[in-house]
Design a protein around this ligand. Structure first.
Ligand code: FES
Ligand code: FES
Length: 171
């Protein structure tokens, strides 16, 4: 009891060595140990998506996974996607399309959005994609894939517009 385990995470391009209680979630490691508070704790139970970060390029709910399981992994948080004076295209699109109101869900929405475009590009099926050839950038597809990211301010239409703009510009 009370023991710690060594874990090395590559967070936003920097190697971070931590000694953590093995029960610490990736979210708490980021927020409380590395002071990267951009990733939000909404529910802490995998139900809201506010804690979404990218691990080895794939999105994950950081509240649902233990930090020690990610030794050597590449983690990107909202802080690493862009900088205030050099926004990531998805961050810029959220600003342009008013993709947020209170902003609490926004870091998770943006990390998820970035991953969603990659998933669709790679032809990775969503839960509802029956026909793999039907994977597309349609509004339905985007909404389905973003359905794990809740927004209490209901900025959903604007979020979809922001994602669509980045997809169209990047295509
Ligand atoms: Fe992780 Fe809600 S805080 S899904
Ligand atoms: Fe307020 Fe989404 S902008 S919860």
């Amino acid at each position: 009891p009370g023991g710690t385990e060594a874990v090395v995470l590559r967070v936003n391009g920097q190697e971070r060595s931590l000694a953590l209680d093995p029960r610490v979630t990736l979210l708490d490691a980021l927020r409380e140990h590395l002071h990267l508070t951009g990733s939000k704790k909404g529910c802490d139970h995998g139900q809201c998506g506010a804690c979404t970060v990218l691990v080895n390029g794939r999105r994950i709910n950081a509240c649902l996974t233990l930090a020690v399981m990610h030794d050597g992994d590449e983690v990107v948080t909202i802080e690493g996607l862009g900088q205030p004076d050099a926004l990531h295209p998805m961050q810029a699109a959220f600003v342009k399309h008013d993709g947020f109101q209170c902003g609490y869900c926004t870091p998770g929405q943006i990390c998820s959005s970035v991953a969603v475009l990659e998933e669709i590009k790679a032809g990775i099926p969503s839960h509802v994609t029956a026909d793999l050839n039907a994977v597309s950038f349609s509004e339905d597809e985007v909404r389905e894939r973003m359905s794990g990211n809740l927004c209490r301010c209901a900025a959903y239409p604007n979020i979809v517009e922001a994602i669509r703009e980045v997809q169209e510009r990047g295509a």
